[in-house]
Design a protein around this ligand. Structure first.
Ligand SMILES: Cc1ncc(COP(=O)(O)O)c(C=O)c1O
Length: 405
């Protein structure tokens, strides 16, 4: 694989490269996209072959995938050392579908849902759209390091009926330690509330880090644990909306299966079935190389910022391809600039002060920190899942923009 080649997807139906969507957050339709969490690398060859074979045969009728969850089970064992029999793996029509379904099944209207913040935006919207109350728990933060503040976490969990965790964490990129996972699980168990762990980024831990699935950590803890994972970020096939759920509690597993089947949501379509099977059964080499490349991107970003703009700090990106860039040292000056030139920084409701400033002055489109919670206006989320050349050029423009203030 050559990850130095990244596709230009401006002429496709990619939301990440959509000019209108970019203008909404960045006040500049021509800004280069470093926002939505998908990558620009060329596809893993076996997955691409599976797609081409399907298209070549022109067969799009109802599928039957008797062996596919065996491939998922083998992947979990090889990648994470988690022995999860295929019979325990439940297909979901995307990770957020699994999350919303579990939230609906295992909590009731008005219940409090504890979510660590900064949080991936739908974690706020799913409770709101389903009449639940969000308990926004700010992670501890100091100088680029996000961490679990256990005492505060336990206090915030007092009024919660469910915990929704994101591991590894989007947007910071941190990988939680086994101790942290155990603490979170014990907190849930003590209160006898379910915990959902969104692990969509779990296969992309960088070489020096090890992700531990919550479901595996829970084999000792014994909480009511719902682990959700997916091939979407791992293999850049997120547009196909495929995920899997594993529930530790048998009664909850039955309820989840029943709810899926009642709504006729328990079968994958033909394309995702073919792609996911190819990915899980033949994608390990690609995955290893990708994790290495992403880790090296982080190293290059860190070295560049340390040398040219030490006040701008990248979070501890230990997994996946997004990180939170702390620009708070420049926030006041950027805000003054944006407020004094309202015509220059117009846009939709998806952006904020920083995303507009960098969109206009660096031609770089990133998610504004406010998209992830009320406390994060001094941050932007930077997607470095593209060629190093493109990443470094964007960084140079970002640094130049703040230096020109
Ligand atoms: C943490 C997290 N969960 C869920 C999703 C979306 O998953 P899906 O498209 O499978 O619903 C994303 C996508 O960026 C994500 O980052």
């Amino acid at each position: 694989m050559n990850f130095n080649i990244a596709a230009d997807r401006r002429c496709t139906n990619s939301i990440k490269w959509n000019r209108k969507a970019i203008e909404n957050i960045a006040s500049n339709p021509d800004a280069e996209p470093f926002w939505v969490a998908d990558m620009d690398f060329l596809p893993e060859p076996h997955i691409h072959d599976a797609a081409k074979t399907l298209a070549g045969m022109g067969v799009y009728g109802y599928p039957s995938f008797p062996d596919d969850w065996k491939a998922v089970s083998s992947w979990l064992r090889a990648k994470h050392g988690w022995i999860l029999p295929e019979e325990k793996i439940i297909f979901c029509q995307g990770l957020l579908h699994g999350l919303a379904l579990a939230l609906n099944l295992f909590t009731k209207e008005g219940d409090g849902i504890l979510v660590p913040s900064p949080m991936y935006r739908p974690f706020r919207e799913i409770p709101a759209r389903n009449g639940r109350r969000l308990i926004e728990h700010d992670l501890g933060y100091s100088n680029g390091h996000f961490f679990l503040d256990r005492e505060r976490f336990a206090r915030d969990a007092e009024n919660a009926s469910m915990i929704v965790f994101c591991s590894p964490h989007n947007p910071s990129g941190i990988v939680f330690s086994e101790d942290d996972l155990r603490f979170v699980l014990e907190t849930a168990k003590k209160k006898d509330i379910p915990i959902i762990s969104d692990e969509i980024h779990s296969d992309l831990a960088h070489p020096e880090k090890k992700h531990i699935p919550m479901g595996l950590a829970n084999e000792r803890a014994g909480a009511k644990c719902i682990t959700l994972f997916a091939p979407s970020k791992t293999f850049n096939i997120a547009g196909e909306h495929c995920a899997f759920a594993a529930l530790s509690d048998t009664a909850m597993e039955d309820a989840f299966r029943k709810a899926e089947s009642a709504l006729w949501l328990d079968e994958p379509g033909i394309t995702i079935g073919e792609l996911a099977y190819a990915a899980y059964s033949k994608g390990m080499e690609y995955n290893k190389e990708l994790c290495r490349y992403l880790g090296e991107n982080v190293k290059a970003i860190r070295e560049y910022l340390a040398a040219s703009c030490p006040d701008m700090i990248l979070s501890d990106c230990e997994a996946s391809f997004v990180g939170f860039l702390d620009c708070s040292a420049y926030y006041d000056r950027i805000e003054a600039e944006v407020i004094s030139h309202p015509d220059k920084y117009m846009g939709g409701d998806g952006g904020g002060v920083l995303s507009r400033f960098f969109g206009v002055n660096a031609a770089v489109a990133m998610n504004d920190g406010t998209w992830f919670g009320d406390s994060w206006k001094g941050f932007v989320r930077f997607n470095y899942g593209t060629s190093r050349e493109r990443v470094m050029k964007a960084l140079e423009r970002i640094v130049k923009a703040v230096k020109s203030l």
